[in-house]
Design a protein. Structure first.
Length: 206
């Protein structure tokens, strides 16, 4: 009886040790996967706000809800990760990053996202006759495999006016989109600051 009890206790200790080892291996694998994931922007890397610091949420799997203006419907839900940013006022931003299976698929996704943003103003006016929208392209940036920066201004018939900046960048099989927005017009668009933010975002993808 005592022998059986000792064996039972030894078996329980062995199972506990195995469980602990398995948990440690899983944690190591998770940490390794996280370290292999593309880095996201930090709050201080966003265009500076004159009256507020930037705050950031956690990096989250999937696509934002609601979908981002202009490009949300082009995002692949299964492989997207995003981080939201905000200030104490009306300015907010977001970064969405997708790691594709290969470079060819990443090129296709980048092209799809670029096209969605280019067509955004026209599509917005078609969907809502109470809104007028204007699109501007700010050109291509030479960082990693390239990035492009755009602006879209929307004005509602009841008086609201919003300015949005977007960028799409790629490094190998990884694609990232950054968007920034606040109340205002193109005059309030922080294009130079947003361009620096985009360069930083794409450079952190490796």
């Amino acid at each position: 009886m005592n022998t059986s009890t000792r064996i039972g206790r030894a078996g329980a200790i062995g199972l506990t040790a195995l469980a602990v080892a398995a948990g440690a291996l899983a944690a190591t694998a998770t940490a390794a996967a996280a370290s292999d994931s593309p880095a996201f922007l930090a709050p201080e890397e966003l265009p500076p706000h004159p009256s507020s610091a930037w705050y950031a949420g956690e990096v989250t799997g999937g696509v934002p809800d609601p979908l981002p203006f202009c490009y949300g419907e082009a995002l692949p839900g299964a492989t997207s990760r995003y981080r939201a940013f905000w200030t104490e006022y009306d300015t907010s931003a977001r970064q969405v990053t997708v790691v594709e299976r290969d470079e060819a698929r990443a090129k296709d996704l980048a092209a799809l996202l670029n096209d969605a943003i280019r067509r955004c103003a026209e599509r917005t006016e078609q969907q809502d006759p109470e809104v007028t929208a204007e699109f501007r392209s700010y050109g291509r940036l030479r960082v990693e495999d390239g990035a492009r920066v755009y602006g879209v201004h929307t004005a509602h018939s009841w008086g609201a006016s919003d300015i949005h900046l977007f960028s799409v960048g790629r490094d190998g099989r990884t694609v990232t989109v950054v968007d920034w927005g606040q109340m205002g017009t193109f005059r309030h668009a922080q294009v130079a600051d947003f361009t620096r933010t985009t360069v930083t975002a794409v450079a952190k993808l490796y």
